[in-house]
Write a protein that binds this ligand. Structure first.
Ligand code: FEO
Length: 166
């Protein structure tokens, strides 16, 4: 059985994952409006991944006999200053999520809730991968100054990304 504190914190993280999904869907729309359909596809896959993260928390709370409480999802931004700005924001956002996961795992340790620690370890690994992928993409975008033929080529490559169920 989950403690009330962990139940509350896991519900907050469920909401944070849904917000991440919302943010990336908004970015996907912005990128499509700016004729970057490959990056728009990449971001839509990101949206699907975040929904899957949210569902992992949803299932875990229920499996542990907790109560799922769905709160309001914050409205994401709709405008950015271009593709580099988008990815700088993604990286900052993922770093923030890593902090939230680390904080959650600290609470799980304090409460000696081993099942939560085990579940959260998956997210610790996932965040390392997410930050590395976004950081690499951001470096590539900076290399080509976020424009021209380089951007055209990279956009085509981004179109190949597909969602792989977790
Ligand atoms: Fe759910 Fe992008 O971390």
């Amino acid at each position: 059985m989950l403690s009330k504190k962990l139940e509350l914190e896991l519900n907050k993280q469920l909401n944070a994952e849904l917000y991440s999904a919302y943010l990336y869907l908004s970015m996907s729309a912005y990128l499509s409006e700016n004729n970057l359909n490959g990056f728009s596809n990449w971001m839509r896959v990101q949206f699907e991944e975040e929904q899957a993260h949210a569902m992992k928390f949803f299932k875990f709370i229920l499996d542990r006999g907790g109560k799922v409480e769905l709160e309001k999802i914050k409205k994401p931004s709709t405008e950015w200053k271009g593709i580099i700005d988008v990815f700088e924001n993604v990286l900052r956002h993922e770093e923030k999520v890593t902090g939230l996961i680390n904080n959650l795992i600290d609470i799980a340790y304090t409460e000696k809730d081993h099942a939560s620690v085990a579940e959260l370890q998956w997210f610790v690994t996932e965040q390392v991968e997410e930050e590395a992928t976004v950081s690499e993409l951001l470096d590539q975008l900076k290399m080509i100054d976020g424009k021209g033929a380089g951007l055209f080529m990279l956009d085509r490559e981004m179109n190949t990304r597909k969602f792989i169920p977790l």
